[in-house]
Design a protein around this ligand. Structure first.
Ligand SMILES: Nc1ncnc2c1ncn2[C@@H]1O[C@H](COP(=O)(O)OP(=O)(O)O)[C@@H](O)[C@H]1O
Ligand SMILES: [Mg+2]
Length: 274
């Protein structure tokens, strides 16, 4: 076989592509200038995230978790360092990276379906061509029958489901989630978490999931990135080897408690210890 033929072998190409981290950062840092003073939000973050991985981020408030996601999303320029998406430098927001916040940010005068189709206009796609896809995704997040409802007719949890459908319709490779269910009651949050794992696994989406709930961070993730207080750095990374699919029963396993304890230890302090 000639070299040219070997390099065009689709299987080889796939192997090569999967060897490149879907996301990588080197020395990623951000300093904000606030009223003449420098606030170092994030310092030298080195991270490689594999395609399809679910990575949780925990750390004290103000340690730069949102700043990190914003830079990876291409919404905020770094002060130093680099971030790459599948080997390409991240310079601006891209459809390949979806973002979901604590608030659903829905337009109140638009129906569920119309809210889900809204990014199509931003991306220069024809919304009509995406209607069937959007309906299927709305059904997959448990909202079949609510396509024509308005946000005010939905609970907070249902509104977050709409936000999830809105981001999934555009098939992002990476989903950035900044405390996405933090405003929901605990029972709803747990249900949403389990559905998010099911959906992201089925679609092979890479998820970066920021939460201040240590138990939730472990429950969801393949790895938990623990950050230090500001200026944020990576204090440690915990591998979570718990089997999937994870259920409420997962939280009863001693291995789960051990992992939660390990994350607490990395966070420093003596949370929960007497
Ligand atoms: N746009 C901004 N301008 C100035 N300071 C900011 C800005 N965004 C964040 N910061 C500061 O950067 C630090 C990290 O913030 P953030 O990334 O929101 O932390 P986290 O999400 O971990 O709570 C904080 O001290 C915050 O006040
Ligand atoms: Mg934040």
């Amino acid at each position: 076989m000639s070299a040219a033929a070997r390099f065009s072998d689709p299987e080889l190409a796939m192997t090569d592509a999967s060897a490149v981290p879907i996301l990588s950062s080197r020395g990623l840092a951000k300093t904000f200038r606030v009223g003449g003073a420098d606030v170092v939000a994030l310092q030298g973050v080195d991270l490689d995230i594999r395609r399809g991985e679910f990575v949780s981020f925990v750390g004290p408030s103000g340690c730069g978790k949102s700043t990190f996601l914003n830079m990876v999303a291409g919404l905020l320029p770094a002060t130093a360092g680099t971030a790459h998406l599948a080997g390409d430098p991240i310079r601006e927001p891209s459809r390949r990276v979806g973002f979901m916040f604590q608030s659903a940010v829905l337009l109140p005068w638009r129906s569920v379906l119309s809210n889900v189709l809204m990014p199509a206009e931003v991306y220069g796609l024809d919304p009509a061509s995406l209607r069937e896809k959007a309906r299927a995704v709305i059904a997959s997040v448990g909202l079949a029958g609510f396509e024509d409802a308005y946000p005010r007719q939905l609970s907070g949890g249902m509104q977050q489901r709409v936000a999830l459908a809105r981001v999934l319709t555009y098939e992002p490779e990476v989903l950035l989630m900044d405390e996405p269910f933090g405003a929901l009651d605990e029972f709803t949050r747990e249900t949403m978490n389990i559905e998010l794992m099911r959906i992201s696994q089925a679609a092979g989406i890479t998820v970066l999931f920021v939460t201040h709930n240590i138990g939730e961070a472990v429950f969801m993730a393949d790895r938990v990135v623990v950050m230090t207080p500001r200026p944020g750095k990576v204090s440690g990374i915990v591998d979570v080897g718990l089997a999937r699919p994870r259920t409420v029963q997962t939280m009863r396993q001693p291995a789960y408690s051990d992992l939660v304890f390990e994350v607490r230890r990395l966070l420093g302090g003596n949370h929960g210890e007497s």
